[in-house]
Design a protein around this ligand. Structure first.
Ligand code: FCB
Length: 458
């Protein structure tokens, strides 16, 4: 029996500005922390950067045609803060705004609803020079930038995401150093996480206070965390990993408090004195929907002693979990080495609907990287097709269990710059040849189009 999606269920695809746009120095765009990190020797696996990427800044019409050709009616894209405010503060760059103006009009002309993300990791370097997200002031600058963008696009864009994956910005950026700004200071990471969330709250306030109706969400990256056994050490490992990865963000935004057990775990490092009165009220004010980026799940095991990183190995991004390791689930992994666990997505959606009821949910990212090859002008990617089908089935399982899931965005429309992995990992439904900039829809793109057209998984 084919299983059908509800009639109003939204199918889309997602991208992010730094990963696809290129044109890094065009039309007054200022440098971002990712430009800076890319210039640091050894930071990016293949030594690449975002200066050209998918050249989407010049090829956006064709890329929107691709989306429309797949029958997708929604596009989750991000706006580059350094194009709008090249210095992070002050002067607004009209040519940057004009680009997104054209892009949004292009979506509407093709019947595609824009889902705009305001921060997908490309902080203006000028703000990093003043302390970046370690500096409370950045949260206020973010809200100002959000207001500028909404003022310009809010007549056509209704759905806004403040932050994409604040855990990554904070902990991959400041604890493990894998992401920009490439620091390895655990306290800086915890501080940055708070200021990011404060920025979310202030930006949400600004968007809701604008003249146009705004539907505002935030997008954490969530994982199902299961103890590897029922030993006390494994149970505690799972509690902590779930706490720092999932609950820290969910509780702050949805309950207005940080989880007490993790506050206690962090106590030897910081008393959280950067959290000021009223911050958590701001952070937990009205939220219209929640986006979930889901890729994988964790089996957590507690170790007898904290792991000491080998020479040249990065410190763990999971501050407070130095004596925790994640163990493979024994099944095949993607090209990222990530466990494939579709049931984890259902479990997360059901958990959210249970723990934080009445909140509309979207899967804002889900997808897989594979070492694709081009054969006679086509890309046969059965693994990506299987991953897509299994995760869409997991969405249907959640809907069957009463979850208010409104839509699904595949990551990604295009192969693109996969952060510290450079161009060595391909997540696209559409292949990008980085030399010719030719686009080739893969088998997974054709399969997704078929699912979207029939609104069912046959
Ligand atoms: C997510 C990011 C996205 C992309 C995918 C693979 O963490 O939001 O930009 O890199 O992972």
């Amino acid at each position: 029996m084919p299983r059908s999606f509800p009639p109003e269920f939204v199918f889309g695809a997602a991208t992010a500005a730094f990963q696809i746009e290129g044109a890094a120095a065009e039309h007054g765009r200022g440098p971002s922390i990712w430009d800076t990190l890319c210039a640091r020797p050894g930071a990016i696996l293949d030594g690449s950067d975002g200066s050209v990427a998918c050249d989407h800044y010049h090829r956006w019409e064709h890329d929107l045609d691709l989306l429309a050709g797949l029958g997708l009616r929604a596009y989750r894209f991000s706006i580059a803060w350094p194009r709008i405010k090249p210095q992070g503060n002050g002067e607004v760059e009209e040519r940057g705004l004009a680009f997104y103006d054209r892009l949004v009009d292009g979506m509407l002309e093709r019947g595609i609803e824009p889902f705009a993300t305001l921060y997908h990791w490309d902080l203006p370097q000028a703000l990093e020079d003043k302390g970046g997200w370690r500096n409370r002031d950045t949260a206020f600058r973010f809200a100002e930038y959000a207001a500028v963008v909404q003022h310009r696009l809010g007549d056509r864009v209704r759905t806004w995401t403040t932050l994409n994956e604040p855990w990554c910005s904070a902990f991959l950026g400041h604890a493990s150093g894998e992401h920009a700004p490439g620091m390895t200071d655990p306290v800086a990471a915890i501080t940055a996480a708070h200021h990011l969330l404060l920025g979310h709250g202030l930006a949400a306030e600004a968007l809701h206070g604008g003249r146009r109706p705004a539907s505002v969400g935030i997008v954490p990256n969530l994982y199902r965390v299961t103890p590897a056994s029922d030993s006390p050490a494994d149970l505690d490992a799972a509690r902590r990993l779930d706490g720092v990865q999932n609950r820290w963000y969910l509780d702050a935004v949805l309950l207005g408090s940080y989880p007490a057990d993790i506050v206690e775990d962090y106590a030897p490092l910081t008393d959280l004195s950067f959290v000021q009165d009223g911050d958590l009220d701001t952070i937990s004010a009205r939220l219209d929907w929640l986006g979930i980026n889901y890729y994988s799940s964790f089996l957590a095991r507690g170790l007898d002693a904290p792991r000491v990183p080998a020479p040249r190995e990065r410190p763990t991004p999971w501050v407070g979990c130095e004596d925790v390791e994640t163990v493979p689930n024994g099944r095949p992994v993607t090209h990222m080495g990530w466990d494939i666990e579709p049931s984890g997505l259902t479990d997360i959606l059901v958990r959210l609907a249970t723990d934080y009821p009445s909140l509309p949910l979207y899967v804002t990212e889900n997808g897989s990287a594979w070492d694709d090859v081009v054969t006679d002008g086509a890309v046969h990617d059965p693994e990506r097709v299987a991953y897509l089908e299994a995760h869409l089935a997991a969405c249907l399982d959640a809907i069957d269990r009463g979850v208010d899931l409104r839509g699904y965005f595949a990551w990604s429309l295009l192969d693109n710059f996969e952060w510290a992995w450079g161009y060595s990992r391909r997540f696209g439904l559409v292949r990008v040849d980085y030399d010719s900039q030719e686009r080739i829809p893969k088998d997974s793109a054709h399969r997704y189009a078929e699912i979207v057209r029939s609104r069912s998984l046959g």
